[in-house]
Design a binder for this molecule. Structure first.
Ligand code: FPP
Length: 247
């Protein structure tokens, strides 16, 4: 029996976020350059996006480049930026055909002008699509996001646009890069590492965490079905008791 048939359509995560880890180790294991690991990682991106659309997942967020990734060797950063441009160009039609809206979170000002231009172009072209929102976290760090939100809020308080007493969770949410996205329901990390690595710290407060030893380029549709199946087998209590949920 296919793993897909184990998935219940009435209890799907509304928002899946993925830390796509292990491209480098995948390449090393095969005796390839790291760049080839990233290139094969883009195949898993495509498969995962297609699979989420087929299943009816409304939001998928991918950690494609962190604020800390700028410290990688220059050549690797360049390779990743080039891969991003070529993927955006190549996949534009698929995004349109599948009605996927592209979105990006992070300090986009830091991206090379060419990448930003292509990214903003695709975001603009796909802004009317409604089947799924695909968010790329680029030059993203959760602490940076929180610092940025704090500055925006302080500015508004200083200029009497809001008062400090009105600061609450909703207001903070509205000032995050993810302002229009729901909280994350399922966070997946590949490659066996069990860390969050500065990804969506606020938004994963009640997310179910799923770790797999598979390296990102090996992540397949079946891997995603397994993760969703695990999500659906858990009881999400949000601080309540099991009895409260049942009554
Ligand atoms: C982590 O693996 C992966 C990244 C830092 C980049 C992720 C990028 C892609 C999957 C390709 C481009 C993405 C898009 C959206 C087109 P790692 O290099 O840290 O692996 P390692 O821990 O084994 O060295």
């Amino acid at each position: 029996m296919s793993l897909k048939s184990n998935i219940h359509s009435e209890n799907l995560p509304k928002h899946i976020a993925i830390i796509m880890d292990g491209n480098g180790r995948w390449a090393k294991k095969k005796g390839f350059l790291r760049a080839l690991g990233h290139e094969n990682g883009t195949r898993s991106v495509k498969t995962t996006v297609e699979c989420c659309v087929e299943l009816g997942i409304e939001n998928l967020t991918l950690y494609a480049f962190s604020t800390e990734n700028w410290n990688r060797p220059k050549l690797e950063v360049k390779t990743l930026m080039q891969l991003l441009i070529s993927s955006l160009k190549k996949e534009m039609n698929t995004l349109q055909k599948s009605s996927i809206r592209l979105n990006a979170i992070g300090n986009l000002e830091h991206l090379p002008a060419k990448v930003r231009k292509e990214l903003l172009h695709v975001i603009d072209k796909t802004k009317g699509n409604s089947r799924m929102t695909l968010t790329l976290a680029l030059s993203y760090g959760s602490r940076d996001e929180l610092v940025n939100a704090t500055k925006l809020i302080c500015d508004k308080v200083k200029n009497n646009i809001i008062s400090a007493e009105n600061i609450d969770e909703t207001l903070i949410n509205q000032h995050l890069y993810t302002q229009n996205l729901p909280d994350v329901d399922l966070l997946i990390r590949t490659s066996g590492e069990k860390r969050i690595s500065n990804f969506l710290l606020w938004q994963i407060a009640y997310a179910e965490l799923y770790f797999t030893d598979e390296l990102w380029p090996d992540f397949s549709k079946e891997s995603l079905y397994k993760a969703i199946h695990s999500f659906q087998s858990r009881e999400r209590r949000f601080g309540k008791t099991s009895e409260q949920l049942k009554s």
